[in-house]
Ligand binder design. Sequence first.
Ligand code: CP3
Length: 341
Amino acid sequence: MQNHLLLKALKGEPVKRPPVWMMRQAGRYLPSYMELRRKYDFFTRVQTPQLACEITLQPVDQIGVDAAILFSDILVVPQAMGLDVQLIEHKGPYLPKTIQSHSDISRLESDEAADKLQYVYDAIRLIKKELNGKVPLIGFAGAPFTILCYMVEGKGSKNFERARQFCVSKPLEAHSLLSKITDVTIQYLIRQVKAGADVIQVFDSWSGLLSPSDFSKFARPYLIQIANELSAHAPVILFPKGSWYALEDLAVNSKASALGVDWCISPLTARTLTAGRVTLQGNFDPAHLHLSPEDITQEVHDMIRQFGPQRYIVNLGHGITPDVPVQNAKAFVEAVKSFKS
Ligand code: CP3
């Protein structure tokens, strides 16, 4: 590997500057992505290893990030478990048949679901070959609670009200579904690592909708199970977005190498809660990528000073939005490279 920054930061080893990558770095703000998007629909891009590989490499070549992240989606897991998943233009994900009962759950595929994602492992092999050791490759999956949200609600939502109702009113069904998703996810992620993924990130994009008490029931056990089983294979980054109160517990009680944070928590509070036990990743507000490149540079340098440059991975606090100018994304990455302690 030519660029060890991410792997070193995850191990807690000293680095000359922190590594940087951006969630959703392969996406609609890049004109080269938009070109492929006009030619192929979303799941064709995801399921064709050559296309997934090309899209994964775009931000590495054009923006200069220190890690590649596989171009795919968290919703390939419900798809492999037998649900129809569509991506509707201007609307987002849509699952026509949702999960509501024990019999719906029992019909979901579990043993063979990870086999159906062979195209992901093929894409990873191809990406690793093309990267040729330039930067590490991050594999990923959605966390069980976030996947449950889409399976039960059937589409994106502000509050995932139906999904939360399902958890509290049918806890037995919820736990049986969460366990089934967890089993598939663990097999899927181990196979990503066997295919060549160097690091695994688990996205719990909607865990912040839960109260601390419901988080401890419906998100925490499954995040910890995945982190603990995967950590024997590769370093794990857990990103329970919005669940800042869980940082201390996850730092102490999970085997994650890093925890992701969004911009609603200060670097100092995140450091205090985790007390040097894990690496932290985040937490630049993507809205600030609309400032001038000079202001972005200033804010990124301030953020690195606040987190401290060690045991730290510079990232956004959530995905980059499609309207960010490419030069601003570059300014974000360049700011990290020009940082002097
Ligand atoms: O980070 C990366 O560059 C890797 C690729 C990646 C995508 N989705 C590609 C994508 C990753 C890591 C994801 C994860 C994902 N997908 C999450 C968790 C992270 C987060 O953002 O909270 C979630 C909740 C999803 C579900 C999903 N997929 C939604 C809600 C949408 C529609 C919203 C949107 O941004 O358009 C998608 C589609 C999707 N996944 C796109 C991309 C680049 C947009 C597709 C397009 O229109 O070209």
